[in-house]
Every structure is written in C-alpha cells, then in structure tokens.
Design a protein around this ligand. Structure first.
Ligand code: ATP
Ligand code: MG
Length: 371
C-alpha cells in the first residue's frame, strides 16, 4: 500500500504542499545569480524545497547542481564531492562526463563505474588530493564549467554547517568566499539544519560568510495550507477528518512539517471511516512513543540542573528563570547558573532563544517532557 503521509525523507510531487512564495523567491534568486542562504529548524522542509525548486527553474538558462556534505569530514572530502556532483550533474551522458573530466582535471586518473543497466547511475571516484590541485583551482571549477556549458550554474550545498567543523575552518571559509564572490557565472545556495551554527556562519560580522547572500528563514507551513492537503489524503482512503481536527494536528506539533505528516499518518492508522477526537489522543501518544528513544538519548548526559530547567520550561516558564521563586521551585541552583544552563541546552539543540524568552526546539520533545 502506498503511504498517504511521508516523513523523514525529502518529499516531492503529490507529497509536497504549499511553499509557493518560498519557491518563487528561490527560483528568482537562482535565475538571477543571487546567492541564497536557507535556514530553519530541523525537518521543516529545506531539502524538499530546494529539490522542488530544482525541478522548476528555467533549465535553458541555469543548471542546478545539488550536493549534501553531511558525511564530509575534511576540506578535500568536500572538494571531491563538489567536483563529482558538478561534473556528473552537468553531463547527461557518460561520454560527456569522461570528456569533462579529461578537460577539467587533466592531472587525475579517476575511477568511473556504471550500473549494470543502461541509464543507471554512474559513480565517479575522483580522488583529488592537495598534491593534484590547490583549493583555489578546485573552487574555480564551477565557473569554468559554467562558461563552457554557456549557462549559469547554481550549486546547492545541503548541511553546509558541516564546514564549520573542518580543521582551520575560518581560514577555509575565507578561502572559499574569496573565490566564490568573484565568480560571474555561478551562484550558491547554502543550507542546513543546525540553526545556531548556520546563524553563526552567516550572521556574525566577524565570519567570512557574513552577508554572503539573501537569507531566507524557512517558516512552518501554515495550517490553512495543510488543511486541504490532509483532508484530501484522508478522502483518498475513504476517511473523513474535520477542519478542526486538522488544526489540532498542526497545533500539537507547532506545524513542524515532518511531525505534521507523521501525526496525520498515526491518526489515519487509528481511524475507521470517521476520525474521532479519541483517535487523535491515541495518535499523539504514539507519536511521543515513536520518538522517545531519541529523546532519552538526547537527555542522557544532562546534569540535574539542566533537566530541571527543561522541566521548568515544560511547565510553562518562558523567561523569568532567575527569580528567587522559580530558582527554588524547580531547583535550578544559583542565579548565575541560568545562562550557563541555557548555553549548553542551545548547543545541544534542545532549546532555542529569541531575545529573552526560550522555547523548545522540538515540539514533540516538549510533549515528552510534559508526560
Ligand atoms: N512542502 C512540504 N509539503 C509536505 N510535507 C513536507 C514539506 N516539506 C517538508 N515536509 C515534511 O517534512 C519532512 C522533512 O522534510 P525535509 O527533509 O525536506 O526537511 P529538512 O528541513 O531538509 O530536514 P533536515 O533538517 O533533517 O535536513 C518530510 O519528510 C515531509 O514529511
Ligand atoms: Mg535536509
């Protein structure tokens, strides 16, 4: 049976909804050579959005290349991934790929293998090392390739925050930005999930990527846009769900995209032809259970004070943690403790801070803490 709701992987086609304005803005940026930075909390839909946009841009003027650097640990792992994505995704045929490799990487003898069937994925292992090519030469490659194919190239780099963990990261970022900002025929779309790391990379005046491009903070998909999507999916299975019930699903998970789909799927599983409010209760409980293993892991190493702080938040405290009453009620230690606790919890991505007030990064984590 085809699953009505999909979560945990990037979605497209009939599983992708809304994002009309965001898509338009990205398409405009891509087609006009404007660099873009896309930031959001986890699982909000960055990868899905960019992949969606890739299918919509005018391919007669731009070629979009997508890569995910989640598993890159070093500068040259990143370069290898960048170059092979570039060459592969701009060459529709194997011969062209070979030709491009010969033309652009004369100092290499790469390994290329093809799948067993025609039209299958080719896999390229370039093995570029610092002995073969300097970083600057590699970073210039997109520009040279763009000139050759006569199109603007947009390079989309997913999980870009990974760069921040490479050795000598700041020097590397300076090097990359130095080359990229002079390029005429390529632009970049950089995005990822670790919000505080990305914010530091792009919004900190002292960092090389400060003001590199148009920053887009991806917001949750509004309930009004989820409503027709979810109602239709239920109808397709001969089930009825009301507008209010959809709103409850969205509210429960604060419209976080992946959870909306997961919870809607849970609701569908515990319902017959008509969704009852009781079924939603059960589905919410299931959702908490399904995620609890992860939450246990995330809280395992926390100190008692840090746990108490999370409990205080779950109980509804939002800002005044340093008052004598709150400190005592939740056993948070001394007043000077609070900012340190918050800092650690922000680093661990459990909470987020806007101005003075803090909130849980993950809406289901909050429900789990409450339970
Ligand atoms: N436009 C959309 N329409 C419907 N569902 C969506 C949409 N965008 C995201 N989702 C839901 O959210 C899930 C996560 O999407 P995606 O992987 O694109 O997010 P992400 O922000 O890239 O996540 P991560 O932080 O893990 O990289 C999808 O599996 C899907 O359930
Ligand atoms: Mg993603």
């Amino acid at each position: 049976m085809k699953k009505s709701f999909v979560y945990g992987v990037a979605v497209d086609g009939e599983n992708f909804t809304d994002r009309v304005d965001e898509s338009r803005r990205l398409i405009r940026n891509f087609e006009n050579g404007q660099n873009v930075i896309l930031i959001s909390p986890r699982r909000m839909g960055k990868t899905s959005l960019v992949r969606h946009v890739i299918t919509k841009v005018d391919t007669s003027i731009v070629a979009v290349v997508y890569l995910d650097i989640y598993d890159c640990r070093t500068e040259y792992e990143f370069y290898n991934k960048l170059v092979s994505a570039l060459l592969k995704q701009t060459s529709n045929k194997g011969e062209l790929l070979l030709q491009n490799i010969k033309e652009f990487l004369t100092r290499l003898t790469p390994k290329i293998s093809f799948g067993p069937d025609p039209g299958n994925e080719m896999s390229v292992s370039l093995g570029i090392t610092p002995r073969d090519y300097s970083p600057e030469e590699i970073l210039q490659l997109p520009e040279k390739l763009a000139q050759k194919i006569g199109k603007h190239i947009v390079v989309c780099i997913d999980e870009f925050q990974q760069i921040g963990s490479f050795t000598d990261s700041i020097a590397l970022q300076k090097r990359i930005r130095g080359v990229w900002q002079l390029q005429q025929n390529c632009s970049y779309c950089l995005f990822g999930s670790k919000k505080h790391m990305l914010a530091d990379l792009f919004q900190n005046k002292r960092m090389p990527f400060y003001q590199f491009g148009d920053i887009l903070f991806l917001q949750p998909i509004p309930t009004a846009d989820w409503t027709p999507f979810i109602i239709r999916k239920f109808e397709e299975k001969g089930q009825k769900i009301t507008v209010d019930q959809v709103a409850r699903i969205c509210d429960t998970v604060e419209n976080q995209s992946s959870y909306v789909q997961q919870l809607a799927w849970n609701v569908m599983l515990c319902s017959d032809t008509e969704v009852s409010d009781g079924a939603i209760d059960t589905a919410v409980n299931d959702l908490i259970d399904q995620n609890s293993l992860l939450f246990i892991q995330q809280t395992e190493g926390l100190s008692q004070y840090q746990l108490n702080f999370l409990k205080a938040m779950a109980a509804g405290e939002t800002d005044d943690f340093t008052s004598a009453e709150v400190l005592k009620k939740y056993n948070l230690g001394s007043k000077s403790n609070i900012s340190r606790i918050q800092e650690t919890l922000i680093k661990k991505e459990l909470i987020e801070k806007d101005g003075k007030s803090v909130r849980f990064a993950d809406p289901v984590f909050r429900l789990w803490m409450l339970r």
